[in-house]
Design a protein around this ligand. Sequence first.
Ligand SMILES: *[C@@H]1O[C@H](CO)[C@@H](O)[C@H](O)[C@H]1NC(C)=O
Ligand SMILES: *[C@@H]1O[C@H](CO)[C@@H](O)[C@H](O)[C@H]1NC(C)=O
Ligand SMILES: *[C@@H]1O[C@H](CO)[C@@H](O)[C@H](O)[C@H]1NC(C)=O
Ligand SMILES: *[C@@H]1O[C@H](CO)[C@@H](O)[C@H](O)[C@H]1NC(C)=O
Ligand SMILES: *[C@@H]1O[C@H](CO)[C@@H](O)[C@H](O)[C@H]1NC(C)=O
Length: 313
Amino acid sequence: MHHHSSIILPLSLLALTVFLMCTTEFRLPAFFGSCQTAILTDNSVIQSMTKPDLRILVGVLTTADRYERRQIIRLAYTQQHGTYHDDEVDVHFVFCSLSNEEQSVLVTLEILQYNDIIILNCTENMNNGKTYEYFSSVPKLFNDRPYDYVMKCDDDTYLRIGNLVESLRNKSREDVFYGIVNPCFRADDMDYKMNASFMSGLGYVLSWDLVEWIAESEIARNNTDGPEDIVLASWLNTAKKGRNRYHNFPGIYDYKGDNPDETCFRHAFIPETIAVHLLKGNLEWARTLKYFNATKGLKPSKLYHVPSWPINQ
Ligand SMILES: *[C@@H]1O[C@H](CO)[C@@H](O)[C@H](O)[C@H]1NC(C)=O
Ligand SMILES: *[C@@H]1O[C@H](CO)[C@@H](O)[C@H](O)[C@H]1NC(C)=O
Ligand SMILES: *[C@@H]1O[C@H](CO)[C@@H](O)[C@H](O)[C@H]1NC(C)=O
Ligand SMILES: *[C@@H]1O[C@H](CO)[C@@H](O)[C@H](O)[C@H]1NC(C)=O
Ligand SMILES: *[C@@H]1O[C@H](CO)[C@@H](O)[C@H](O)[C@H]1NC(C)=O
């Protein structure tokens, strides 16, 4: 008896310690984060066995007819599997009500195949409340599976999902408004009046509590028209919400391409990218995906020959 309890007591103390470490705000350094079983493989990929401590819903706002763009985005993110926990991020495409026979069939096929589409009850628009419709619908649509954060991004934005997750991991989970402040400023210029500003509509993140607030708020419901990013920020600024604001310079930016000028907002690709915006056509997507090594896994085969092109930023 005595032998047993002398072992059981220390063991249960250890278990309690681990339990407390896992349930409080205590955080281990980056790669060992959050009491998950993390295995570092040769390419520093994290594979976790347990539930993530952070969940993000990414809504890519697009229109029903943009089948090709959705397919490119799906391919792009499939190539990033392994840079984040599979349960951490759900990417969904978001658009307004279907409006013709063709869409009813083709979008249904996509839903059957991918189940990654949200159809809001609205008529297609950019600056007349689609963003409001999105955020105010999310708490009803996902009341069983709350996320910590909800992102809105454009369909010409490419996310580095692993970097997005890591940049949010040690952030507050409450009252968060995250993105890149517009007008842009460099990170050492922190005297900028962040609470009177807005996050660029290319991609921003709200914590779940703010999304629930938007769904209830008359301030939001009464003011849905206008440039969506300015309008959304005006709700938060009016209500003095989103006190935890994160300005992600230089990780979020516009594609530079052949443009000779760099601005605060527009610069060449960098490895620590969170989001690149203004990928207007397939060539911009191709160059971006090439830079981020999406095509690196191609094996030689007699079935194809793929000529290679120099990296073009
Ligand atoms: C969609 O919105 C319209 C106008 O607000 C409303 O009349 C209709 O009942 C809604 N449809 C659904 C399926 O919620
Ligand atoms: C989060 O991580 C960043 C970068 O490693 C660091 O600068 C910042 O102080 C951390 N914030 C918190 C709240 O731990
Ligand atoms: C921003 O918020 C801080 C703290 O709440 C306040 O001191 C400052 O006056 C605010 N600035 C603007 C421009 O509203
Ligand atoms: C929103 O609009 C309604 C109806 O016009 C009005 O009664 C209410 O006071 C408005 N609320 C806010 C916060 O502006
Ligand atoms: C792409 O792969 C090359 C070669 O392995 C590596 O040097 C580079 O850092 C990778 N680029 C990014 C953005 O991860």
